[in-house]
Design a protein around this ligand. Structure first.
Ligand code: UDP
Ligand code: MG
Length: 315
């Protein structure tokens, strides 16, 4: 079977959502009229999600199921789905029906214009303002500013990717929301289309407010990887040089006071600061050098090139 589209959906304890998801998704995809596969990644559900998925698969073999041994998280779910996907276009979605499958044709129409990534943008979000939409607004601004990939809704799972984009990003931790930013490393064109957001009908959300802090920390990782992954010494060493220089200047000033003016400097806080700055500076430079070695190992062990080719003309 040749699939043109792969729909990748991580799913954790969503038993009641499975049949409605099957009905809605099948109807939407029938309308699209292209060969497709749906890859559901059961992320270690403890309810009877797997039994229901099995029933769906037996009815419709286009629905494939990957079942994790335990709950590895949504990012691992996406990752497993990407590895298994055989279509040229990969569409991701949540399993809880908050995303609306009827938006898929719109995503595909935008992809047909030549984009590598088309991101859903939930314009009418149904979730509470203070605990969900506000943190998300701030996160979207921060991520857009820090990564240079401006999106209104990084958190929306409904997105479409050209297959080679998702096959080439390696995801860790909870980085799935950063895929468009991480992929920008290889040079991708990104578009947004407004999509429908619906309230959850069955089951509960798997996340709380502490996700906000993790997203912020992850942003630091992503920003560093994007900007400095192949030249970590430039950031650590740069910082180290500035700190050391400040420390040395302060030290020289104190030496001058001691030697030329003959004053006591042993009790001056400035002396401590000078020592602190030099020590910190040296440490920063050392961390940068270590990071350089780690980075080289990372690339060479994985055989990971530091560039991505789009076309080649001639050998
Ligand atoms: N999910 C998952 N593994 C997890 C947590 C969530 O596969 O550890 C799935 C979940 O079943 C749903 C999607 O990820 O399909 C989004 O989760 P949820 O709806 O809880 O997040 P929210 O919409 O509240 O941000
Ligand atoms: Mg949800």
């Amino acid at each position: 079977m040749n699939s043109e589209l792969s729909i990748v959906i991580p799913l954790y304890n969503e038993a009641e959502n499975i049949e409605p998801l099957y009905a809605e998704l099948s109807a939407a995809l029938a309308e699209v009229g292209r060969a497709y596969e749906v890859i559901i990644v059961d992320d270690g559900s403890r309810d009877d999600s797997f039994a229901r998925l099995k029933a769906v698969h037996e009815r419709d073999p286009r629905w494939r199921v990957i079942r994790f041994r335990r709950n590895f998280g949504q990012t691992a779910g996406f990752s497993a789905g990407f590895d298994a996907a055989r279509g040229q276009i990969v569409i991701t979605s949540d399993a809880d029906l908050q995303n609306d499958p009827r938006d898929i044709p719109r995503l595909l129409a935008k992809m047909a214009e030549g984009y590598d990534i088309v991101s859903g943008w939930r314009v009418n979000r149904k979730e509470p303002f203070l605990s969900r939409r506000l943190p998300s607004m701030i996160a979207n601004r921060l991520i857009s500013g820090a990564t240079g990939v401006t999106l209104h809704d990084y958190g929306c799972s409904l997105k479409a990717y050209r297959s080679e984009v998702v096959k080439s990003v390696r995801l860790y931790g909870e980085l799935h929301r950063f895929i468009p930013a991480i992929a920008s490393w290889m040079g991708v064109s990104v578009a947004e289309v407004p999509v429908n957001d619906r309230a959850r009908r069955f089951g509960r959300s798997k996340y709380g407010i502490n996700r906000t802090f993790k997203v912020f920390l992850d942003l630091i990782t992503v920003r560093f990887i994007l900007g400095y992954a192949t030249r970590p010494l430039h950031i650590f060493g740069g910082l180290g040089l500035i700190l050391s220089l400040l420390g040395i200047v302060t030290g020289l000033y104190l030496s001058f006071i001691k030697l030329a003016l003959g004053q006591q400097i042993g009790s001056r806080p400035l002396l401590l600061l000078a020592i602190l700055l030099v020590v910190l500076g040296v440490q920063m430079i050392s961390i940068g050098l270590l990071a350089e070695m780690v980075m080289r190992t990372y690339h060479e062990v994985q055989d990971k090139p530091i560039y991505v080719v789009r076309d080649r003309l001639g050998e």
